[in-house]
Design a protein around this ligand. Structure first.
Ligand code: APR
Length: 247
């Protein structure tokens, strides 16, 4: 797909590129986005209501089973052509990735992620002492309830290492993300609906610092009006074309 000229004109001279990715980045790998309907065992559950401290306090076994199902799902899929294109671009340019995704597909494509704003499926920790726990093996079959493991150090309950709705973002990734945007020559926003704050405020923060912002998304989003250029394409189609034009 031809890359819009206005986007090439912004990307070609950019020495430092910041990228902000959301669930759409991994959609073509087969990871459902948050606003997609859930399937199978989880079709009657709303992702946004499972990803809360309230859900955990009410029924930790339900929430743990859902996260372990997602661990299994992510392990079975592969990075897509969009993840691979960003990894290739990062080998030839100063490119820093901030993601809202809790999967590890950027890393498996060969990128180093500067900031996982919403944590990771692969960093469970103790609810009591905060110690990192080992990633538990997901069950082979989907299961509706699964008791979370206990901490090896203090016997506290282990929770997913993700940021739930209503929780604070971890400070260090947030600081790293905002610093990277402020210093960038271009911010590329890929596959996010721009409805969940504070991450959704990053594109406007970049613009306040004079950094041009390009959105790559097949659909209109809450950010579309605030960016300099939009490209209505998908991550796995648009990014490889953009990166090959820049080589
Ligand atoms: N390529 C690019 N973008 C895509 C693709 C694709 N193949 N498929 C879908 N999209 C876009 C959709 O148009 C939508 O704008 O990806 C976006 C996905 O939006 P959300 O599901 O809202 O995901 P995200 O923006 O990452 O959600 C933010 O909310 O639920 C919480 O913590 C969770 O990190 C998540 C946060």
């Amino acid at each position: 797909m031809a890359v819009p000229t206005a986007i090439l004109d912004l990307a070609r001279p950019a020495r430092r590129i910041a990228v902000l990715t959301g669930a759409g980045m991994s959609a073509e790998s087969g990871v459902p986005t948050f606003r997609d309907a859930q399937t199978g065992l989880w079709e009657n559950f709303d992702a946004a209501s499972l990803a809360t401290p309230e859900a955990w306090n009410e029924d930790a076994a339900l929430v743990w089973a859902w996260y372990q199902w997602r661990v299994g799902l992510v392990r079975r899929v592969q990075p897509n052509a969009g993840h691979l294109a960003l990894s290739e671009w990062g080998r030839n340019a100063d490119l820093q990735i901030t993601t809202q995704n809790v999967d590890d597909l950027h890393e498996r494509a060969g990128s180093t992620v500067l900031a996982h704003l919403h944590g990771s499926l692969f960093s469970p920790r103790c609810t009591d002492c905060g110690l990192d726990a080992e990633v538990a093996e997901p069950p082979e079959q989907p299961i509706a309830r699964l008791d979370p493991p206990t901490c090896q150090n203090c016997s506290g309950i282990v929770r997913p290492g993700v940021v739930w709705f209503g929780e604070m973002l971890p400070e260090q990734p947030w600081e790293a993300a905002t610093a990277s945007l402020r210093e960038a020559d271009l911010l590329l926003v890929v596959g996010t609906s721009g409805v969940v704050y504070p991450a959704a405020g990053l594109p406007s923060l970049a613009r306040r610092h004079g950094v041009p912002v390009v959105e790559i998304n097949p659909d209109d989003t809450d950010l579309s009006d605030q960016v300099d250029e939009v490209w209505r394409t998908t991550a796995a189609v648009g990014l490889p074309d953009l990166v090959s034009e820049l080589q």
